[in-house]
Design a protein around this ligand. Structure first.
Ligand code: GLU
Length: 371
């Protein structure tokens, strides 16, 4: 029997990191086993779902490069089927105006509400059965639903799929919050993380074990459902940033320049960005790349640092990464405060690696700012 899995998000705007992990784990599993991934929108909760919400999910999956083979199907198109399944199922009783399922070993639970709409557990079980899903991979926040869904599939005469649960992702404060800078895929996109790095990061979380910079193909190779991450995984912004830097540094020059230009204000000269290409290889995110472009094009308020100007004068007009790193080493040896060097050159306390700032600024411009 060929493998069939599904990703079944509820349509709530942008995907959270945890849902993206579920989507990716299913994609990797399906590829690994030559199976099919179905996209299903779990929109039984019609008050809270809307077309805009679904569009957000499709956009996020597209941005991440997580493709599906069938769908999207929508639960809201199947309310009749859920009622028909309830009418034919074993162990169904009507109580207090709702339909309940009484299944062996389970406390009775509602499958159709008073208005005839299916509950999440019923709709999911009927769909997984009808769609011949073989394996359900989802976060362990669904552990308590699993026995109910197994019972529901049996009540309609089916054999339940295999259920596998992966870790949920949390932030510093326990729950993943916006302050972690990593609450949703949309946040990461806006912050300028390349999708390759986000997929790499989530793919490494999906299964435990060694792994480093990998593409989707590499992650498929590495994926092993027996090593699905368990419990909770705390988001590690440092690791994500490190992967982001390395994926950006590995992009073909034209691709990197295009991605940066797309985020620059309209009218930014493409030549200026192209000239910065070597320096762009030191940025952590595309947002930082834009900052680097801005800081080259717009001189900051003056905060002179004459020692810096003197040392810079001894190096060539244009620096590659090696030359720029050597210059930073010399500043360090000469005990020139690097934070002040950054402020003199960019007017900011944080930003791209200092070597990248030197690689971006021609000598005379750097001297003008520091002198
Ligand atoms: N729609 C549910 C959610 O987004 C997932 C359903 C499932 O995977 O069974 O949490």
């Amino acid at each position: 029997m060929s493998v069939r899995v599904r990703f079944a998000p509820s349509p709530t705007g942008s995907l959270h990191l945890g849902s993206a992990l579920t989507a990716l784990a299913n994609r990797l599993f399906a590829r690994r086993h030559g199976g099919t991934l179905l996209l299903r929108i779990d929109d039984t909760d019609t008050e809270r779902s809307g077309p805009g919400m679904e569009a957000g999910i499709l956009r996020d999956l597209g941005w991440l490069g997580i493709a599906w083979d069938e769908g999207p199907l929508r639960q809201s198109d199947r309310f009749d089927r859920y009622r028909e399944a309830a009418a034919a199922a074993r162990g169904v009783e009507i109580r207090d105006g709702a339909c309940w399922l009484r299944a062996p070993g389970q406390a009775p639970f509602v499958i159709l509400r008073g208005d005839g709409r299916a509950t999440y557990n019923w709709a999911t079980a009927v769909d997984d059965h009808d769609e011949r899903i073989t394996d359900v991979i989802r976060g362990n926040d669904h552990l308590s639903n699993t026995p109910l869904q197994e019972a529901a599939v049996r009540a309609i005469g089916g054999e339940p799929p295999r259920y596998l649960h992966h870790a949920v992702i949390t932030g510093d404060a326990g729950k993943l919050s916006k302050r972690d800078g990593a609450a949703s895929i949309a946040d990461l996109r806006i912050e300028g993380y390349p999708p390759e790095a986000v997929v790499n990061y989530l793919g490494l979380i999906a299964t435990s074990g060694p792994g480093d910079v990998l593409t989707l193909d590499g992650l498929v190779e590495r994926f092993d459902e027996r090593r699905l991450a368990r419990g909770t995984v705390k988001v590690d912004p440092g690791r994500l940033r490190a992967l982001s830097t390395r994926h950006l540094a590995a992009l073909p020059a034209d691709d990197l320049v295009t991605r940066v230009l797309d985020r620059c204000p309209p009218g930014t000269p493409a030549d200026a960005v192209r000239a910065l290409e070597p320096a762009l290889r030191g940025v952590h995110t595309l947002a930082e790349a834009v900052e680097l472009v801005e800081c080259v094009l717009v001189a900051p308020d003056r905060e002179p640092l004459p020692e810096l100007a003197a040392i810079r004068a001894r190096y060539p007009e244009r620096l590659d990464e090696g030359g720029a790193r050597a210059l930073v080493d010399e500043l360090r040896r000469a005990e020139v405060p690097l934070r002040r060097a950054r402020r003199a050159l960019t007017g900011r306390d944080r930003g791209p690696e200092l070597w990248a700032v030197f690689a971006a600024l021609p000598r005379d411009e750097a001297i003008r700012r520091a002198a």
